[in-house]
Write a protein that binds this ligand. Structure first.
Ligand SMILES: [Zn+2]
Length: 604
């Protein structure tokens, strides 16, 4: 997962209690020959929903227990998809079967003596979220974890076929393996729910990337200009080979980038899958620098998290949250490699890489100190103290620090790339997740036996400030910090359809003196609507106007108002990283090694 601008989600989540978990422990009668059919035509589109059937053969006299997941891997929140189900029915040989619920997400169907069973239901698809399902008059996004039931206690290794019934002229795109006309097959449930679908009218482009086809689907048709679509595929054609090189493996035969542009979405959010990703982007943001970075991040997840992942998440479980202290590796180090892929592939320059690194440092500076392990574990709770997403940027910086230390200890013969590649070979290839000992063992071996217990205690499992003045010179970079006096509103936002929802307000800030409080929606600043990507231009306008009034459009409880607080300035520490012209030969080798993806030990 990756989101830019939108940094904090405001969903209310429900946590499963122990009693509910126990109630789910019962086992279903065995089922086989599992098929799912998803119907989305004009009538369903009008209703903003989708009709689903599941057919199978049940064995024996016990009831069949069918469950829906509560979350989708990569989207670390409990969403309880079963809440969108209505009109549930079960039949066998044309006769209605008795059913009830045995748990909130579980249906119990009495079959009598087994045989062929068809269940059907309507699923409300009205949530624009890359882990959910969303219908428009001419389009549907759906995720398998929303719609596809599994038999309780019978394992997730069952194969299945999915067919999609839709209008003749509408397209269907998914990364799943085709199995006939508008039908696809999955070898097991994990594969089944890891392939989102686009159905309807949308643009479709393709290009050769890393030797195979990459498709770019964008909805609504015409929302992304042809030149922008060509540019994105070109950027991926340059960046993705640098990612393939890290693992010496390209694990898919084709890849789908699936994008929805929406005028009400203020930023970008994307969710990874084994050979696809779904991005949601605010209309007008397609030219922003973060777009290739988000997609490079999602594609790097093909290896890091979809295949190589911490043992806590192997295998995925769908009935409850599945926390891990290692999202700083799965997400943070993925983000480090997104930056590296862009510079190694020539999509950005070394200066662009450093600017991204500085931005991450600034985000960490502005956030209360939190251990990467704690931030990883607690993300499921949607923390309200501003630490919700910090494991992305701070984890990315931890990746840079480790890469520098490994290259320094080995005189650039080894790298973090090699660590990722060795764990991929040792763990993913052997069908398991990596343990903490395996991770630190691989890091230590690459760093020629250097111990990382102290580093872990201080910077990963602890809250100490990163020691950039010690680390960056080893890679030929100079680090300094400037103190600036700048105009600030003093709030953090989350975008939603109405505008920017205020999440936190800094005491004494411009926003605080105007009476702005969490839950207010900021709709415009200095006359520029926040739906306009140029809304941040108020900063330049007020660069020298401390104390001047600034008009802020606010929605509170549905009432629109304008407040005019005096702009307050705040003291900001600006981090700057520059290449050191006096760097030693070794440090220069390390810097070049990081930026080019090379070591002196040979080709990576
Ligand atoms: Zn991610």
């Amino acid at each position: 997962m990756n989101s830019r601008i939108i940094t904090i989600a405001l969903l209310t989540i429900a946590l499963p209690c122990a009693a509910a978990a126990q109630a789910r422990a019962s086992r279903s009668a065995p089922i086989s020959d599992v098929r799912y059919s998803v119907t989305f035509k004009s009538p369903q589109a009008v209703e903003k929903g989708v009709d689903v059937t599941m057919s199978f053969t049940a064995s024996g006299r016990d009831p069949v227990l069918l469950s829906l997941p509560v979350w989708t891997p990569g989207d670390y929140e409990v969403s309880n998809y079963a809440r969108n189900v209505s009109k549930f029915a079960a039949t066998s040989r044309g006769k209605a079967l008795t059913w009830d619920k045995s748990a909130p997400q579980t249906w119990r169907i009495v079959t009598g003596d087994g045989g062929p069973v068809t269940i059907s239901f309507h699923y409300r698809a009205d949530t624009l979220d890359n882990a959910q399902s969303w219908a428009r008059d001419d389009f549907l996004l759906f995720n398998g974890a929303n719609l596809f039931l599994y038999a309780e206690g019978r394992g997730l290794d069952f194969p299945a076929v999915v067919s999609v019934e839709t209008e003749e002229s509408w397209r269907v795109v998914t990364g799943m393996t085709p199995a006939g006309a508008r039908a696809w097959s999955a070898a097991n449930y994990h594969e089944l729910v890891d392939h989102p679908f686009f159905v309807g009218k949308f643009d479709l482009d393709s290009a050769q990337v890393a030797g195979v086809w990459m498709r770019f689907s964008s909805y609504p048709a015409g929302s992304v200009k042809p030149a922008q679509r060509v540019r994105l595929l070109d950027q991926m054609a340059r960046a993705v080979p640098a990612e393939v090189k890290v693992f010496a493996d390209r694990p898919w035969a084709h890849y789908d980038v699936m994008q929805i542009a929406d005028p009400a979405f203020g930023g970008m959010s994307a969710l990874e899958h084994e050979n696809s990703n779904v991005g949601i982007i605010g209309s007008g943001y397609m030219d922003e620098d973060f777009v290739p970075s988000v997609y490079a991040h999602e594609i790097f997840h093909s290896w890091n998290v979809k295949r190589l992942r911490p043992v806590d998440m192997w295998p995925y479980r769908y009935e409850a949250m599945q926390p891990t202290a290692w999202l700083w590796v799965s997400e943070g180090i993925t983000d480090y490699y997104a930056d590296l892929a862009l510079v190694r592939g020539g999509v950005t320059t070394a200066a662009g890489f450093l600017a991204s690194t500085e931005r991450k440092m600034e985000h960490v500076d502005q956030t209360v100190p939190v251990a990467l392990t704690d931030a990883s574990l607690q993300t499921w709770l949607h923390m309200t103290d501003d630490t919700q997403d910090i494991y992305y940027d701070k984890g990315s910086l931890a990746g840079l620090a480790l890469d520098i230390m490994i290259r320094d200890a080995s005189d650039n013969a080894e790298s973090l790339d090699g660590v990722m590649r060795s764990l991929y070979a040792a763990d993913y290839r052997n069908g398991r997740g990596f343990t903490p000992d395996e991770w630190w063992g691989a890091v230590s071996r690459a760093a020629k036996g250097t111990k990382f217990a102290d580093f872990n205690e201080k910077y990963i499992d602890g809250r100490e400030l990163f020691a950039w003045n010690q680390w960056l010179p080893k890679a030929g970079w100079r680090f300094h910090a400037d103190t600036l006096h700048e105009q600030r509103l003093g709030v953090r936002f989350q975008a939603d359809s109405a505008g920017l929802v205020v999440v936190t307000v800094e005491p004494g800030s411009t926003a605080a003196t105007a009476g702005i409080r969490p839950g207010d929606v900021v709709t415009s600043i200095a006359g520029v609507p926040v739906s306009n990507p140029a809304w941040e231009s108020w900063r330049q306008k007020y660069a020298k106007q401390e104390g001047a009034p600034v008009a802020i459009g606010v929605l509170r409880g549905g009432q629109a108002t304008t407040v005019n607080p005096a702009v307050k300035f705040a003291t900001i520490v600006e981090r700057k990283i520059e290449p050191d012209p006096g760097a030693s030969e070794k440090a220069t080798r390390i810097r070049d090694g990081i930026l080019k993806g090379e070591t002196t030990a040979g080709k990576q």
